[in-house]
Design a protein around this ligand. Structure first.
Ligand code: TYD
Ligand code: MG
Length: 459
């Protein structure tokens, strides 16, 4: 009789080890190793002899020459949500599994319930987290259903699939994968083996019936999707829903997509009646300032494939306490320190006795290198208390020796600035190669070094 084999599995990253260890050698987390029993596996040669002799069941796939494989046209269901279509690469592919991760309360359930309500097909919405009444209340806030939407509050994966066999939905939503459990596995819902087994079960179902499945996934404290890394490998698309809970903007990013690009991103605004698409984010993010104030610089950034104009705001004030403060919201603090050091060393502008606060308006986070130039402009503007004209924007990376470096997709950035009525854009001299200046109705000012910025803006 085969004896079950005992292993220890890290609940954070899924690494396993035959012995218990306090600190995971793979992800470095403490106290995450849990005991698991694996049924003894048959050996591969047992299996191959069975395959050879087995006469029942479907024919096993054989190797095929690439040229002989027919190009299937992937069927995509286009949704009423333009931003979702964009991040999915054009719509939902039949039989695909889409995982959505994000902080609690960011709006994952709202996004998918909204989809379930608006997409005019037959939908099974399974919730292991909320009661039918709670879902109904939420649905009432969002609007009238256009779809045949079944709500099921169940967590046993076999029962869910039985119901699904009866209803035969065109789309399944699971809220969330961490609440599901399979009777085949003994450990608690949310544990590695449960998540793995349930996801496998759902994947098999999706592929067999050609039904697309959305999975909502919790994330751990580092922001990665909780459960085994294997979950991300198993699914076809991984989306990340992010944003600042105190602000209403939400960003839906593609982390992995087997059917499209991972450079896409969708922008939403959370309102009292659900999530609203934001097709023109720049207009919304910029429209709020009326007066011309010092310390504000507009950045022509790219978020994935999407140009977006953001407002960076700096406040430089005399330090009251001994050690000057540095604080950044939406931007990397170390990068801010680097920029301050460059200004100090290359332009002789000193911030040593000042507190420096930096903020990207709208609760947006960005790590686009092109933000360096607008941030430096905003810093100088605040220090000198001279406002930057409102029709100017910036895009350029700053190197350690104070050089202004080229950034990617400069044409897209200039186009967007042009479209929004900006009159002048400051870019790197090294971005001019291949750029047709005549195309745009905007003045393009080139800079090679950061000290030229001061001259260009305030002299
Ligand atoms: P929810 O979808 O429950 O988040 P998640 O599933 O990611 O945990 O979103 C909850 C937040 O969104 C909640 O704090 C209330 C807010 N909300 C609105 O502002 N408007 C709405 O129409 C809805 C349904 C929720
Ligand atoms: Mg939820």
């Amino acid at each position: 009789m085969a004896k079950a084999k005992k292993v220890y599995v890290c609940s954070e990253c899924g690494e396993d080890s035959p012995k218990w260890v306090g600190k995971c050698p793979s992800c470095g987390e403490w106290n995450t190793y849990k005991e698991h029993f694996l049924a003894k596996k048959e050996t591969l040669s047992d299996r191959r002899s069975v395959q050879k002799t087995s006469s029942s069941g479907k024919e096993r796939p054989k190797p095929t020459i690439l040229q002989d494989i027919k190009a299937g046209n992937t069927q995509r269901v286009s949704t009423p949500d333009g931003e979702l279509n964009r991040v999915l690469g054009g719509g939902i592919v039949n039989g695909s599994i889409i995982l959505i991760g994000g902080q609690p309360g960011i709006g994952k359930s709202t996004l998918l319930l909204q989809l379930a309500i608006q997409l005019p097909i037959k939908i099974l919405y399974v919730s292991g987290e909320e009661s039918e009444e709670q879902i109904k209340m939420r649905a009432d806030r969002i609007g009238n259903p256009a779809s045949e939407c079944y709500i099921l509050t169940e967590t046993a994966v076999d029962k869910i699939l039985n119901h699904s066999d009866n209803i035969e939905p065109d789309l399944i939503v699971i809220d969330s994968i961490q609440t599901l459990s399979s009777p085949l596995v003994e450990s608690a819902p949310g544990s590695i083996s449960q998540v793995r087994e349930c996801a496998n079960e759902l994947q098999r179902y999706a592929k067999e019936t050609d039904t697309p499945v959305f999975l909502i996934g919790h994330i751990n404290k580092e922001g990665a999707i909780a459960g085994p890394k294997l979950l991300e490998h198993l699914v076809d698309v991984v989306l990340q829903f992010e944003g600042d809970r105190n602000h209403s903007y939400r960003i839906l990013r593609t982390v992995k997509n087997r059917f499209g690009s991972t450079n896409e991103l969708g922008i939403y605004e959370m309102q009292a009646d659900g999530l609203r698409e934001v097709p023109n984010p720049s207009e919304l993010l910029l429209s709020q300032h009326q007066e011309i104030l010092s310390g504000s610089g507009v950045a022509a950034t790219m978020e994935g494939m999407r140009p977006m104009l953001l407002e960076t705001q700096a406040l430089v004030s005399t330090a009251v306490y001994g050690t000057p403060q540095r604080s950044a919201t939406g931007f990397d603090l170390r990068r801010l320190s680097m920029l301050l050091a460059v200004l100090e060393k290359r332009c002789g502008i000193h911030f040593g006795a000042n507190d420096v606060f930096l903020n990207i308006a709208g609760g947006i986070k960005s790590d686009d290198p092109a933000l360096d130039l607008p941030i430096v402009a905003a810093l100088i503007s605040s220090l000198e208390d001279i406002a930057i004209p409102r029709d100017c924007c910036f895009a350029g990376e700053i190197g350690l020796s104070g050089e202004i470096r080229a950034v990617n997709r400069i044409d897209k950035r200039i186009q967007e600035a042009n479209r929004l009525g900006f009159k002048k854009i400051f870019i790197s001299k090294y971005n001019m190669k291949g750029l047709n200046v005549e195309e745009y109705d905007i003045e393009i000012q080139i800079l090679a070094k950061v000290d030229e910025l001061y001259e260009a803006l305030f002299r």
